[in-house]
Design a binder for this molecule. Sequence first.
Ligand code: ZN
Length: 352
Amino acid sequence: MMANLSIKRIDRGDGKELILFSQNPIKYKVFEGLPPISDNKTHLRYHPTRSEWVGYSTSRQNRTFLPKALECPLCPMINDEVPSDIPVDQYEVAIFTNRFSSFKLVESDIPHLEVETNQAVGTCDVISYSSNHNDEFSKLPIERIELIIQALSNRSEELYNNSKIEFILPFENKGKDIGVTLDHPHGQIYSFGHIPELIKRQAIVQKSNPLEKYLSNIPKELILKKNSSAISFVPRWARYPFEIWIVPYRRTSNIFELSENEQKDLAELMLDASKSLDKVFDDPMPYTLAWQLSPKGYENSHHFHVCFQPIRRSKTKLKYLAGIEQITGFFLVDLPPERSARILRGEELPDE
Ligand SMILES: [Zn+2]
């Protein structure tokens, strides 16, 4: 854990929490804020041919959709008239329970159907990277990226220590093209009471085919940048255009096991990767970003890493997950990873 981390917790009622992270202690002015959503009903249903759970949440249809900046639920509050989900006058990084959470830690009534149903156990958090509505991850100072990593580590460890939780996924959907409903720079943390099937499969594969095996042998043509403890590269097996992986050399199963130096090195490569993604088309790159933590029970083999999965393949074309990808999980790629790497390093121009 890095020095200079101040944490302030605010109970928002109804099991909801606001956690504020800063480099130095801040005296917050606290307001009432947005009320919790009370009619949110969630449950899981079993999918018999995929052998996996599907989540259902009734309030998600009514969730906030691209509000005007003045009504942004992630902006700090000036007065009681414009309530927010982060009801303080200022902050650096904030994590709070999503009002439209698809998962819950308390038991609720679930329907009894002809298929198996279950409690939707878990949590859905939002992490706001900045109090400034117009900030972007790639434009934040390095100290802020480090603070975001500290906040994610702190919250992930807390969720990991909860016996009801089996898997934690910090992630980000970036850009309207990917379906982001809020402009304010933010990510999310989902924690699951079960391990999703695909995550379980990946964890099992890593037991016999560890990521470390590939790390010592990444060819120069794929490397974007490296420092003393981590490397960022386009994987030879990339499924998305401009896909980037950032992997610490030392295997830890979870983000909260990184040393202070490893956290700083990760922050440096994260910032660098997000800058080079935005540079490709001179426009913020839409992507999903996953912080790949170990599901419980696989800590001895999982190798913590971060993946950017961008969806823009040329200035005017998006990579859609269409029939083949959606139905079979098999990806067809038309931008070779080797060329992606050259474009990301600025050695070649992308397609118009
Ligand atoms: Zn905002």
